[in-house]
Write a protein that binds this ligand. Structure first.
Ligand code: ADP
Ligand code: ADP
Length: 228
C-alpha cells in the first residue's frame, strides 16, 4: 500500500515540484502516472523509494511511515520496492547473472538460493540463455528485461518504473508491458510514469495525471489525455 497525504516538495533551488499531493494506491494495483514534462512525475515516484524526501507531509509505504524511517533502514525499504529506469542502469562490468544476483549478494543470501532465484527470474524475462552476457552485448529491450529481473529478484511488494519504455521501439515496448502485466498478475503493485500514449490508451489501467505538482485527474481505466 502506498499512501501520501498533504505532501509538498521544494528543491533546494526553490522549485516547488510537488504542491499538496494526496493519494492512496492499494496492493496489487497497476497505475500510470502521466503529465507534461516538469509536472512532478519523477519527484512523485522518487519520494516513494526515498530517493527524494518531501519537505512536508506524510508518506506511508507498505505500512512504513517514511518520515519516521531511520537512515539505516532505507536499504530495507528499497528491498521492498523494485525500481526500473528509462536508461536501465545496469552495471556494465557485471554479467547479466551478476547484475541480477547483486541485490541478493548484499543481503548475504547463500549461493545456492541466489543461483536458483536468479535463474528463475531470468527465465521469467526469457533471458536465461544470456546469463553470461554483458549488458553491452544485449539489445535495449533485453537490457530492460534484465533490469526488470533485477527489480523483482527480492520479491518486492511494489515495482516503480520511470519511463521504462522511453528508449525502446514500439514492439519492444509492448513486450516490456506484457512482462509488467505478468508481474502485476502475480500481485505486485506497479506504478509507472510514462509518456506512451498508445500504451496507456490501449492497456487500460488506473491513470493519475500530474500537473504543476498536483494530481489533476485520477481515473480507473483512464486515458492518456492531452500531453505530448
Ligand atoms: P517530470 O518527471 O514530470 O518531468 P520532475 O519531477 O522531474 O517532473 O520535475 C518537477 C520540477 O522539479 C521541474 O520544474 C524540475 O525542473 C524540478 N526538479 C526536478 N529535479 C530537481 C532537482 N534535483 N533539483 C531542482 N529542481 C528539480
Ligand atoms: P539450468 O541447468 O537450470 O538451465 P544453469 O546452471 O545451466 O541452469 O545456468 C544457466 C545460465 O546461468 C548459464 O549461462 C550459467 O552459466 C549461468 N550461471 C549459473 N550460475 C551462475 C553463477 N553463479 N554465476 C554466473 N553465471 C551463472
Amino acid at each position: 500500500m502506498i499512501e501520501m497525504s498533504e505532501v509538498y516538495k521544494t528543491y533546494p533551488n526553490g522549485v516547488l515540484a510537488i504542491n499538496g499531493l494526496d493519494i492512496m494506491i492499494n496492493q496489487g494495483e497497476f497505475v500510470y502516472v502521466v503529465g507534461p514534462s516538469g509536472a512532478g512525475k519523477s519527484t512523485f515516484i522518487k519520494m516513494m523509494y526515498r530517493e527524494e524526501k518531501p519537505s512536508s507531509g506524510k508518506i506511508i509505504i507498505n505500512g512504513v511511515d517514511l518520515s519516521k524511517l531511520k537512515e539505516n533502514k532505507v536499504p530495507m525499504l528499497r528491498r521492498s520496492i523494485g525500481v526500473v529506469f528509462q536508461d536501465f542502469k545496469l552495471l556494465p562490468k557485471l554479467t547479466v547473472f551478476e547484475n541480477v544476483a547483486f541485490a541478493l549478494e548484499v543481503i548475504g543470501e547463500n549461493q545456492k538460493n541466489i543461483k536458483k532465484r536468479v535463474l528463475d527470474v531470468l527465465d521469467l524475462v526469457q533471458l536465461k540463455h544470456k546469463a553470461r552476457f554483458f549488458p553491452n552485448e544485449l539489445s535495449g529491450g533485453e537490457q530492460q528485461r534484465v533490469s526488470i529481473a533485477r527489480s523483482i529478484v527480492n520479491n518486492p511488494a511494489v515495482m516503480i518504473a520511470d519511463e521504462p519504455t522511453g528508449n525502446l521501439d514500439p514492439d519492444t515496448s509492448w513486450e516490456i508491458m506484457h512482462l509488467f502485466e505478468e508481474i502485476n498478475n502475480r500481485g505486485t503493485t506497479i506504478v509507472m510514469a510514462t509518456h506512451n500514449r498508445e500504451i496507456v490508451n490501449t492497456l487500460k489501467k488506473r491513470v493519475i495525471a500530474v500537473e504543476d505538482g498536483k494530481i489533476v485527474r485520477d481515473e480507473a481505466r483512464g486515458e492518456y489525455g492531452l500531453y505530448d
